[in-house]
Design a protein around this ligand. Structure first.
Ligand code: HMG
Length: 445
């Protein structure tokens, strides 16, 4: 059986950075700790004037192709996952391929290109498409380029404004991958929901609190569905559990729910019995509401236990570092959670070869998906080659006034001229519109 998975990944962050507790919160009249402690966010990335989903995606992809020594002939498929597209017909992957063709010999003429849409889960769905294409033997020895790229902006004044972010993740999907192998087993939780959507509008209509409930409900269903094919999960089986991270506080809730589910009828539930009792069982309650209330009470106690806190610190916390510094990258978000965990493992000198990750993806509207990944022998070389800290440190800090301008620059309804904040170097940039209203790009040395 061919092993298929992620061979390499690269990121490209928007080049501007907004300090949430120190710059954003004071103007909003909010307690900075709402950001650092409540949402778990410190800074967020924003695109400069000449950046957008195409430039960020193309720049991440170029870094990946350069590092792996690839040419267009090595790529049989380019899938872009985004919920920030500006064209209802021509996919962002064609724009990105056009950019890359400016700098490489050859072209992507024989590569299948597409665009995947299902809110944030589209990034993982694109991985799946690539996986299936290779497993079906249709790839002719070529790899797939999957790019998750988003500018996650909310309407000014929307509560979601606190969780914005912008960046791209490029991933190479191939046979005998160098980073992680994906499991064949998957679980889904998917229902028609109206919690976060963009009906032909740039900024989302959001029912924030409900979106969090829907996230948890679909994630639980996906976990149950995953277990129905892969067998029971247990906290000790997984070195890290990267979740889709709209903001770290959301993952805090998902992790607690996941831990309770995974520990039911296990040695861990037995160990905790004397401290917090056994988990409530539905059969012992007359109504669903009573049962839910009992579960909430149990979880409030569970999160204070040493077993839970230790597990959370080892398995979940390391997945949140990048997210807490860049905000929500929508389709790329779960993929930077995986990267964050593997960087932490490298920093700690952990031997990750053969270790398992359980990956929980999510997209509003709404669908969750869970699969496992097995870390490959060459993982450390791959992770050491990614320059996350350098990129994040190189961002230019913006004031609140600058933030207001940059939000307007990227607002499709507004036309304003603003000087760029940074100087582009060795990267793709947006240069303006062509005669058919297409967006145009150039590589600057
Ligand atoms: P809000 O009303 O601004 O914030 O909305 P809040 O008052 O609920 O506070 C947030 C947390 O900070 C709370 O924690 C507060 O208690 C805490 P919780 O009670 O939930 O654990 N807090 C404090 N903690 C310490 N010190 C303080 C303090 N003050 C408050 N002083 C909300 C927050 C997330 C609803 C909003 O930002 C929003 O609408 N965001 C957008 C929607 C979203 O991110 N939903 C997440 C699930 S859906 C999803 O993940 C999909 C998505 O990525 C899109 C896609 O799939 O395409 C969004």
């Amino acid at each position: 059986m061919t092993s298929v998975g992620i061979d390499a990944m690269e990121i490209w962050t928007g080049k501007l950075v907004l300090d949430l507790p120190n710059t954003f919160a004071p103007v909003k009249g909010e307690d900075p700790e709402k950001y650092t402690k409540g949402l778990g966010l410190h800074t967020s990335s924003f695109p400069d004037v000449y950046e957008d989903i195409v430039t960020m995606g193309a720049n991440a992809a170029k870094q990946l192709m350069d590092r792996k020594g690839l040419t267009p002939a090595d790529i049989g498929r380019i899938d872009v996952a985004t919920e920030s597209a500006f064209d209802n017909s021509k996919p962002v992957s064609t724009y990105i391929a056009g950019c890359l063709e400016q700098v490489y010999d050859g072209d992507f003429r024989h590569a299948n290109k597409g665009e995947r849409k299902f809110a944030c889960i589209a990034g993982t769905q694109s991985l799946d498409d690539a996986y299936n294409w290779i497993k079906a033997g249709r790839n002719r020895g070529r790899a797939a380029l999957v790019i998750a790229t988003d500018t996650a902006l909310y309407e000014r004044g929307d509560p979601g404004e606190a969780t914005q972010g912008a960046g791209a993740v490029a991933m190479l999907i191939d046979e005998d991958p160098d980073l992680v192998e994906l499991s064949t087993e998957q679980g889904y939780g998917s229902m028609d929901e109206t919690d976060f959507l963009k009906p032909n509008q740039q900024f989302p209509s959001v029912d924030g609190k409900r979106s969090m409930q829907v996230y948890l409900a679909r994630m639980r269903e996906a976990l149950e569905d995953y277990e129905s094919v892969a067998g029971r999960t247990h906290p000790d089986l997984f070195e890290y559990i990267p979740f889709h991270t709209p903001f770290p506080g959301m993952v805090r809730k998902a992790a607690l729910l996941g831990f309770r589910h995974m520990t039911r009828d296990t040695d861990i539930e037995d160990d905790l019995e004397s401290e917090i009792g056994r988990q409530p069982r539905e059969a012992d309650f007359e109504t669903w509401d009573d049962y839910e209330e009992a579960i909430r009470g149990y979880m409030d106690e569970l999160k204070t236990t040493e077993q839970y806190r230790d597990w959370y610190g080892r398995v979940i916390e390391p997945t949140l570092d990048i997210s807490s510094r860049v905000g929500n990258w929508y389709t790329g978000s779960v993929h930077i959670a995986r990267l964050s965990a593997l960087i932490a493992a490298a920093d700690e000198g952990k031997d990750m070869t053969g270790k398992q990750l359980l990956v929980g993806s999510y997209g509003s509207g709404a669908q969750a998906e869970i699969h496992a990944e097995t870390v490959q022998e060459t993982w450390l070389d791959e992770i050491e080659a990614v320059d996350v800290d350098d990129q994040l440190a190189a961002r230019t800090e913006i004031s609140f006034d600058d933030y207001e301008l940059i939000h307007d620059v990227h607002n499709h309804e507004k036309e304003i001229e603003v000087e760029e904040f940074t100087q582009p170097e060795a990267e793709f940039v947006f240069t303006g519109w062509g005669r058919m209203n297409e967006r145009r790009y150039e590589y600057v040395e």
